[in-house]
Design a protein around this ligand. Structure first.
Ligand code: GDP
Ligand code: IMO
Ligand code: MG
Length: 428
């Protein structure tokens, strides 16, 4: 198969960056298709750790084209800073392509993100990453967004910037927020425009041509299915669709090219920001998982909330993304826990249900129904095959695969690129 889509099956931070970097060795192109620098993807190899927010996780492979596709919202300042960070760490030799149809995130989007959150009651705040993602997608659907093709034409950029700031400054004035001067933004951002111009292309054309020629393309999702604007736990979601269904629309490739879809899941659950999740728990075991798994946000540093793995969520994600293989991450973090719980269904008002309800008030009343499995004590961080795992860890993985109805394709026993075990080659 010459295309593989990597998607998060939970609430983000499943380890998509690690898996994308791992699979990138076989890929001619790696494509980020949605979201922006709300994402934080961690990659570890050769004793070095990198956090990427906008740049695709194929950037460490010099022959791979790294594409920022049309479905993304790109903060040019953050992108330049990320490229500088990579260069300062010796990553100079890379291929980058930025879609001329992607949208630009500007300082007023970030200020609007904070303002919209401030205006919400405490129990209604989304807990966004405050990177301006929602407001940039708002502008896109309101048809006042500034696209990359506008941004690199400085006259068009200035004109659109002026119109938008005239409009948003009225709002900022009304709510006592600092006004943003067109000249200040223009003078700073025209430098970024000049710097990124060299990478700008019709990436839809580029990717269709590559796929037609039989080249291998890897699509890197950001966030996770439960943060999907359509299929997630609305309104506590992001503003794009992180599912495999989003790939053709968000990249301009034909849907016929979507073959294998790798769902990435943690061996447990985490969530940052607001919003209920059914299997959340707080006790010493949760604390231990947070410590051992370093469960603090890559983008915001916020502690991640901890829960048991939820196979209702995995089945929901399998349906909406058509997942063909599962990669179970951070299995090593569960070593030493006596009893592991797996959520198999929800109880809602006395009734057993097997789906994620659309209504957030129904979702908030769902209680988990668990099965329990015996844990293992061995350190598994040097495991290189399924059969090397303690029997209880094998049983845990088999149970997750059986209950989610997805074949196990990979599992991961540590953050390093090398700590990855492959059971099914997704590119074949
Ligand atoms: P992403 O947003 O899906 O790319 O995931 P993040 O990078 O935000 O969060 C995943 C975290 O888990 C990162 O700190 C990774 O380095 C780490 N990680 C990934 N796989 C493993 C694993 O198998 N074991 C351990 N201990 N850490 C892992
Ligand atoms: P990666 O790609 C985890 C969450 C935020 C918030 C909600 C909306 O690293 O998995 P936004 O800033 O997008 O408007 O915030 O979505 N969120 C993420 N949580 N991982 C991410 O990305 C996230 N991107 C956004 O915490 O609850
Ligand atoms: Mg992350």
């Amino acid at each position: 198969m010459n295309s593989v889509v990597v998607v998060g099956t939970q609430w983000g931070d499943e380890g998509k960056g690690k898996i994308t970097d791992f699979l990138a060795k076989e890929a001619d192109a790696v494509v980020r298709f949605q979201g922006g620098n709300n994402a934080g993807h961690t990659i570890v190899f050769d004793d070095k750790k990198y956090a990427l927010h906008l740049v695709p996780s194929g950037i460490f492979r010099k022959d791979t084209v790294n594409v920022l596709a049309n479905g993304m919202v790109i903060n040019p300042k953050a992108l330049i800073e990320e490229l500088e960070m990579l260069k300062s760490r010796g990553i100079n030799d890379f291929k980058l392509a930025i879609s001329d149809r992607a949208h630009i995130v500007l300082p007023y989007h970030v200020q609007l993100d904070g303002l919209f959150e401030d205006l919400k009651k405490d129990n209604k705040k989304v807990g966004t990453t405050n990177k301006g993602i929602g407001p940039a997608y708002n502008d896109k659907s309101s048809r006042i967004g500034i696209r990359v093709c506008d941004f690199i034409d400085l006259d068009v950029f200035k004109d659109k910037l002026q119109d938008n700031l005239e409009y948003y400054n009225k709002l900022f004035k009304l709510f006592g927020k600092p006004l943003i001067e067109t000249a200040d933004v223009y003078n700073e951002y025209k430098e970024y425009s000049n710097l990124i111009k060299q990478y700008v292309k019709d990436t839809g054309l580029l990717l269709n041509n590559m796929l037609e020629e039989g080249k291998k393309v890897l699509f890197e999702g950001a966030q996770g299915a439960l943060l999907c604007l359509d299929h997630g736990t609305y309104p506590f979601v992001t503003s794009s669709s992180p599912t495999a269904a989003s790939v053709p629309l968000s990249t301009g490739i034909s849907p016929k090219y979507i073959n294998e879809i790798l769902g990435v899941t943690k061996a447990y659950s985490t969530r940052v920001g607001s919003g209920y999740f059914v299997t959340e728990f707080e006790d010493d075991v949760a604390e231990n998982i947070r410590d051992v798994g370093h469960e603090y946000g890559t983008t915001t540093g916020r502690p991640r909330r901890i829960g048991w793995i939820d196979t209702v969520v995995l089945r929901h994600t399998r349906r909406i993304s058509g997942i063909t293989g599962l990669s179970v991450m951070l299995l090593d973090v569960l070593s030493g826990i006596d009893t592991l719980k797996i959520c198999v269904a929800y109880k809602l008002e006395g009734e057993i249900i097997d789906y994620v309800p659309a209504s957030i008030s129904d979702f908030e009343r769902c209680e988990p129904i668990y099965i329990e499995l015996e844990g293992w004590n061995e350190d598994i961080t040097t495991t290189t095959s399924f059969s090397d795992l303690p029997v209880n860890a094998q049983q845990y993985l088999n149970k997750i695969s059986e209950l989610s109805n997805i074949d196990l394709a990979m599992f991961s026993v540590g953050p390093d690129r090398k700590q990855t075990v492959v059971l099914k080659n997704m590119f074949k």
